[in-house]
Design a protein around this ligand. Sequence first.
Ligand SMILES: CC(C)(COP(=O)(O)OP(=O)(O)OC[C@H]1O[C@@H](n2cnc3c(N)ncnc32)[C@H](O)[C@@H]1OP(=O)(O)O)[C@@H](O)C(=O)NCCC(=O)NCCS
Length: 210
Amino acid sequence: MAKSLAAPVGRLYPRRVTARQVSSQAGPAHPRIRRQGLDPADSSVVRDLTVRAFGADEGPVVADLVEALQASDAYGGLSFVAERGGGPVGHTMLTRSWVDAAAALVDVLVLSPLSVAPEHQGSGIGRALVAEAIAAADAEGWPAVFLEGDPGYYGRLGFERASERGFSRPSVRIPDAAFQVVTLTAHQPWMAGALVYADRFWAFDCVGLR
Ligand SMILES: CC(C)(COP(=O)(O)OP(=O)(O)OC[C@H]1O[C@@H](n2cnc3c(N)ncnc32)[C@H](O)[C@@H]1OP(=O)(O)O)[C@@H](O)C(=O)NCCC(=O)NCCS
């Protein structure tokens, strides 16, 4: 999504991490993933992680989007904080959007944003957060999780090109390869059509690339 979230193919990784760096950072400490709490202190933890991951220019807008989504009816508590060594190191969340299928409007989820503290990037936090989010979505009976992002990254985490699964992009500003989906247990073949983002993504102009 957009200026930042758009997950700009080729821009997803602000810096290249070598295999050697990744393996040396991977370490033994598997992150603990927990649901974000309702208290303001946890909201501030999420805001801080988002701003640090996306940087001073884009971070505040992405953090505002997170808060707006969480205050909207698109949010059902699917927000996850990764911790390592007792401290917060990453965050992601899922919010409800729709697939405009021929037979019916289908509730689906969008994963956005995904934020890992710069000093912990390349050590498996993002992978663990995405895995936990997908597992939670499946357990709640959602049929699919969509995102915009670098297929080189998300393809390794189970995402497929959505257009090859019968879905169309909510905006022509999203490169086809960046529009990705994971279909879950509840998905059925008739659930195909255009992804329609929840309105907060449009209100914050966080759809597609500019
Ligand atoms: C993009 C981001 C979420 C990835 O999270 P992460 O914790 O660094 O990623 P992981 O360590 O889980 O990486 C998973 C895989 O991608 C690879 N990878 C991670 N960062 C990479 C990088 N910068 N370059 C190349 N490969 C990378 C890892 O090697 C790993 O592969 P492996 O499982 O085969 O070892 C994180 O770097 C980030 O917060 N970036 C800034 C915000 C952003 O752009 N978010 C995404 C758009 S919404």
